[in-house]
Design a protein around this ligand. Structure first.
Ligand SMILES: [Zn+2]
Length: 517
């Protein structure tokens, strides 16, 4: 971030509405209670104690809030990425920036040699979700501007806090190995990890700890999520006076509309796991000029096995649009393409023990009141915040499709599982103002702190207990023999650094003006 203190000050008035007693609540929170019952290795105790310090909680809470305030879209996260990279560098990490062709991608490393433990961290926002923090009704800061509707403001923040805690333990106890934070831009457009893998950034990494903000505290294993092709289809036609001589024109917008209609008919004859959605990026500029250029951005999702055929059928719909309208289909531009997620059972079992050790944060009265008010507004059960961590459950045998994450590709190159940490309000809707509003302030501070503890404790286990890492590696190597990583990403695809540029240039000044200075 260019000027973090400036950003932090912006939120002063909103912050004053929050209960700062949370810092004290955390210091005497569940980790301390659990620590009394279980015998904990001194290295692990150090990371838990370091993360429990009120100044640590506050420091990373403020980083999360600053990223929340910047709300930068994928590959435009210049301030968010810089704030995180600078924080890690100041803590003694070696930071490489602008990696894999993406200005906002970074890797921060501490230590040397094996084992190498990687932490994933995301920080991008979503379009159209601007919302004030901690207000239990829809109330945008800037109508239509981006917002953090998936909790990514807290995620690389949790990874950075965990990594620095692990570094403290490594230095204090002479732990050998390397801890790395993979600053991963643009998860919302599933766009960074396949490029990072292609650039060799994950080479030599023995295990990966991923994290995601959630309303619960848990982890999972097995195959989940859909694979995806994200691609832009552009058509080239011929302009003409739309009333004077329409026969002289060839409408590129017609091609887009015919393609969309054809794809919508395709749904009826597609397996249940299929998800296809689109937005029209360009559709002409005025009705009286036949548009000579139009484009549509598709997410085509399915299982790894079904995706190539599904994508092929969508391409055929595009060709049909071009043929019927007499326009030309320019090659689909693949923004990204990723696999399903294959989370490691051995990793999830290890992470679960540390999630149980850390326990659910204690939520304050004020936080419970806010959560219930938000739940009431959404028509959800007014149950407040959860009191217990989740159990680790076997994956469901039924898969009917769903979202995608570029973490999928990472799970195929190193044993990986995700620690879902709390802070979001149960009943709040993902990619919606209700998630944005809870992502600011003490709920996120506490949630990301609990997540950082589980991440750091798991990293300490993997660095200090060779037998734990062997379990993860063996499971992974057995699986990889029959499922070697073959990227879906075409070899000539390039990171879409331009995709959100105009949008962010439009919103950034308006957001800066609207924030409280
Ligand atoms: Zn997300």
């Amino acid at each position: 971030m260019n000027n973090p203190s400036h950003r932090l000050i912006r939120h002063r008035i909103q912050l004053s509405a929050l209960v700062f007693g949370l810092v004290l609540g955390l210091a005497s929170g569940p980790a301390a209670g659990a620590a009394a019952k279980t015998k904990i290795a001194k290295e692990k105790q150090l990371v838990l104690d370091w993360l429990s310090k009120p100044e640590t909680v506050e420091k990373f809470g403020k980083i999360s809030d600053a990223i929340w305030g910047s709300a930068e879209l994928g590959l435009q996260e210049f301030e968010s990425s810089k704030l995180l990279a600078d924080t890690l560098e100041a803590a003694g990490f070696t930071v490489e920036r602008g990696l894999a062709g993406m200005p906002t991608c970074f890797v921060a490393s501490y230590g040397s040699g094996k084992p190498v433990i990687g932490l994933l961290g995301e920080f991008d926002a979503l379009p159209m979700l601007s919302q004030k923090g901690r207000v239990p009704k829809k109330d945008p800061v800037v109508e239509g501007a981006p917002g953090h509707g998936c909790g990514h403001n807290a995620m690389c923040t949790a990874a950075a806090a965990a990594a620095i805690a692990v570094k403290e333990a490594m230095a204090a106890h002479g732990i050998k190995g390397t801890i790395k934070v993979f600053g991963s831009p643009a998860e919302e457009i599933v766009a960074s990890r396949p490029y990072m893998i292609r650039a060799g950034l994950f080479e030599g990494v023995d295990a990966v700890i991923d994290n995601h903000s959630s309303s619960s505290f848990g982890t999972d294993y097995g195959v989940s999520g859909n694979a995806i092709f994200s691609a832009i289809f552009t058509f080239k036609g011929r302009t003409a006076h739309a009333a004077g001589a329409p026969w002289a024109g060839r409408s590129a917008l017609d091609a887009v509309e015919i393609m969309d209609v054809a794809v919508n008919f395709l749904r009826e004859h597609s397996p249940l796991s299929t998800r296809i959605h689109y937005v029209i990026l360009e559709g002409g500029e005025a009705p009286n000029v036949v548009p000579d250029r139009a484009s549509v951005w598709y997410y085509v999702r399915n299982t790894d096995g079904l995706l190539p055929e599904t994508y092929e059928r969508v391409i055929n719909c595009a060709k049909a649009g071009a043929l019927a309208s007499g326009t030309e289909l320019l090659l689909p531009r693949v923004i990204s393409a990723v696999h399903q997620r294959y989370a490691s059972k051995a990793a999830a079992e290890l992470f679960q023990k540390n999630i149980e050790l850390v326990g659910m944060p204690a939520w304050s009265e004020e936080e419970q009141t806010f959560a219930k008010a938000l739940q009431k507004e959404l028509g959800a059960e007014q149950a407040g915040m959860p009191s217990r961590v989740d159990k680790l459950e076997a994956p469901s045998g039924m898969f009917v499709g769903g979202g995608s994450s570029d973490v999928g590709d990472v799970t195929l190159i190193a044993p990986t599982a995700t620690i879902q940490f709390p802070g979001e309000v149960p009943g709040a809707i993902g990619h919606h103002w209700s998630t944005v509003t809870a992502g600011y302030g003490s709920l996120a501070w506490k949630g990301l702190n609990a997540g950082a503890k589980a991440i750091a404790a798991s990293a300490v286990d993997l660095l200090t207990k060779a037998e734990e890492l062997v379990k993860l590696r063996k499971e992974f190597e057995d699986y990889s023999r029959t499922h070697p990583y073959k990227p879906f990403l075409p070899a000539d695809a390039q990171p879409p650094n331009d995709l959100n540029k105009e949008l962010m240039e439009k919103w950034r000044p308006l957001m800066e003006k609207a924030q409280i200075k």
